[in-house]
Design a protein around this ligand. Structure first.
Ligand code: PGA
Length: 249
């Protein structure tokens, strides 16, 4: 049985005081059996947030990093720096990184590889734009993002890989993919992993859905057999709402 993961992507929100207050509240939440919780605050909040959650089951994630070890990369953060703050999960290739910061599948592949080599869990994001869905090429887009994102990554490293399917048109828009459409894409992703690796690895892979997940739609999304959790943006910024999401029915 795959565990569910409920992950909060806090994006560029909350200062240290606010992030500490929210993480303190989440550290006290009762997490139902078979579920994992991860929160990904901004880089400057990682250390203080870790102090709040380290004695709880909540895992610390971050939203990006740079794959080089060290050196002249002004403004970037390395994997070793993240290790020292208590980070265990790294979100890679979020659609905002792709669209606003020009991240390519090639760069994302380097990041996934480095994150896995360094012992992190990598949360590889994929998803089509509205235009791509209107042209009915969403499967091709997602296939390319995943197959190029996983180039030269050996099967044994996939134990620590999570894929997050986040249709771009659903992120921050209030439009969620219908549970049926999301399930269809998750099944497609699982079959792709089977083709690239094996049936066993595909069956064990956690695939999260992201894009306007809220306390109102979480129950029906999580009821789908191939949806193994959610990557939640806006609705992860309020303790009571994210708690309801963690405790979905
Ligand atoms: P949203 O963001 O829940 O606010 O749509 C999800 C994400 O981008 O990870």
């Amino acid at each position: 049985m795959r565990p569910y993961m409920l992950a909060g992507n806090w994006k560029m929100n909350m200062n240290v005081t606010e992030a500490c207050a929210l993480s303190r509240a989440l550290a006290a939440v009762k997490i139902p059996e078979g579920r994992q919780v991860m929160i990904a605050p901004s880089f400057v909040c990682l250390n203080p947030v870790f102090s709040e959650i380290k004695n709880s089951a909540v895992k610390l994630g971050c939203q990006n990093f740079y794959h080089e070890e060290k050196g002249a990369f002004t403004g970037e953060i390395s994997s070793d720096m993240l290790k020292s703050t208590g980070v265990s999960h790294i979100i890679i290739g979020h659609s905002e990184r792709r669209a606003i910061f020009g991240e390519t599948n090639e760069l994302i592949n380097k990041k996934v590889k480095k994150a896995l080599e360094k012992g992190f869990t990598a949360v590889l994001c994929c998803g089509e734009t509205l235009q791509e869905r209107e042209k009915n090429i969403q499967n091709n887009i997602v296939e390319q993002q995943i197959s190029e994102g996983l180039v030269q990554i050996p099967e044994n490293m996939l134990e620590r890989l999570i894929i997050a399917y986040e249709p771009v048109w659903a992120i921050g828009t209030g439009k969620t993919a219908s549970p049926g459409d999301a399930e269809a894409m998750h099944l497609f992703i699982r079959s792709l992993i089977e083709k690239l690796y094996s049936k066993k690895t595909a069956a064990e892979l956690q695939i999260l859905y992201g894009g306007s997940v809220t306390e109102k739609n979480v129950d029906e999304l999580m009821a789908m057999p191939d949806i193994d959790g959610g990557l939640v943006g806006g609705a992860s910024l309020k303790a009571d709402i994210f708690t309801r999401i963690i405790q979905f029915k």
